[in-house]
Design a binder for this molecule. Structure first.
Ligand code: UD1
Length: 338
């Protein structure tokens, strides 16, 4: 298939591009490099041994999106592009709604105009709100911040669009906590500024860019008092996209929703200790107060994806840490500027 990957220079997008090419797909990237660097593409081309055409513009620009679909033959779209920082979304709600919804509108409009009928959308476990784990696809959705609401809203918009256009086949993938990196150590997560998420923060402590990990609370009702999350290796997550894309060519369901997680919760301190094993030394940390909005546990029920996609996460927490450390130690300051 000829697959358009929006946000193909981002963390999950870049790993998925590598697997798409390996599976024989022809890949086009659209990315405006708002939260990633163009040098990612050089790394992707080196890894895949392929030229990857990149369209560098903001999908919120409906005219450019239309031009892209007019000039290229496209069979399917994987839509990763979007703003994703929870705290920033609280500060800039309009920007979040405008960017995340606007890019989806112009993309889906262009798809319909040009008869492109397969879409895989990046959603998040954040849409489960305060539901108890294990989280199942049929549960109600809600959010606690504008970023989360953009995911809840886009899911609903896609379900409505699919009713109006029965030829569409849409996969909504709800990601749990993606971490790790490609085994080559040449691509990985490169957060701009101070990392919000746990594993990239620990990796930056390990490489000496941050003094110590702040553990946000150890008084949760869990075995060691720190919250449990369902960390999933980005390579397993990328494989889930290929499985979903394959399924879209075979299904009669207009919209399918799948959790992509391992089904296991790991605590903050367990992640830290696994990372210490990967690095081979202890890492400094301090327990501080809880972070607003955090919940005690979030982990997937992955059975639907296991059964319907024939997909399951296979990599362990130790694998995730070893791969994340290989990437971080080889690229202490992330991707080069040029
Ligand atoms: C967070 C977002 C979620 C978003 C996801 C995207 C919040 C409340 N949730 O999920 O909406 O979809 O990122 O990746 O922001 N932790 C520390 N110290 C740190 C960083 C994190 O102790 O410096 C702890 C957190 O309290 C949490 C765990 O590590 O218990 C995981 O945090 P994080 O990586 O931010 O993921 P989520 O909170 O699950």
């Amino acid at each position: 298939m000829r697959v358009l990957v929006s946000g193909g220079a981002g963390f999950i997008g870049s790993h998925t591009v590598v697997q798409l090419v390996a599976a024989g797909h022809d890949v086009l990237i659209v990315d405006h490099f708002g939260n990633s660097k163009p040098s990612v593409v050089n790394r992707l081309e080196a890894l895949t041994g392929t030229h990857l055409p990149v369209h560098a513009f903001d999908l919120g620009d409906a005219d450019k999106t239309e031009q892209l679909f007019s000039s290229e033959q496209i069979d399917a779209v994987i839509h990763f592009a979007g703003f994703k920082a929870v705290g920033e979304s609280v500060e800039k709600p309009l920007e979040y709604y405008e960017n995340n919804l606007g890019s989806t509108f112009s993309l889906v409009r262009a798809m319909r105009r040009h008869g492109v009928d397969k879409l895989v959308f990046s959603s998040s476990a954040t849409v489960y709100g305060h539901n108890p784990s294990p989280l199942v696809e049929d549960m109600s959705t809600s959010a606690t911040n504008p970023y989360g609401w953009t995911k809840v809203m886009i899911e609903q918009i896609l379900r409505d669009v699919a009713v109006a256009d029965p030829s569409l086949r849409i996969a909504i993938l709800r990601y749990f906590n993606p971490v790790g990196a490609h085994a080559s150590g040449t691509i990985g997560e490169d957060p701009q500024g101070i990392p919000n998420n746990l594993m990239p923060f620990i990796a930056q402590v390990a490489v000496g860019r941050r003094e110590k990990l702040m553990v946000f609370g150890d008084d949760y009702p869990t075995a060691d008092g720190t919250p449990l999350r369902d960390y999933i290796h980005v390579e397993d997550l990328a494989a889930g996209h290929l499985a979903a894309l394959r399924k879209l060519t075979q299904t009669d369901e207009a919209v399918s929703t799948w959790n992509l997680g391992t089904g296991h919760g790991t605590s903050v301190l367990e992640v830290l200790h696994a990372f210490e094993r990967a690095v081979g030394r202890e890492l400094p940390y301090e327990v501080v107060g809880r972070r607003a909005g955090d919940i005690a546990q979030s982990f997937a029920d992955p059975h639907r994806a296991n059964a319907e996609l024939g997909w399951a996460a296979t990599r362990s927490m130790d694998d995730m840490c070893v791969d994340q450390w290989r990437w971080q130690s080889a690229n202490p300051t992330g991707y080069p500027d040029a």
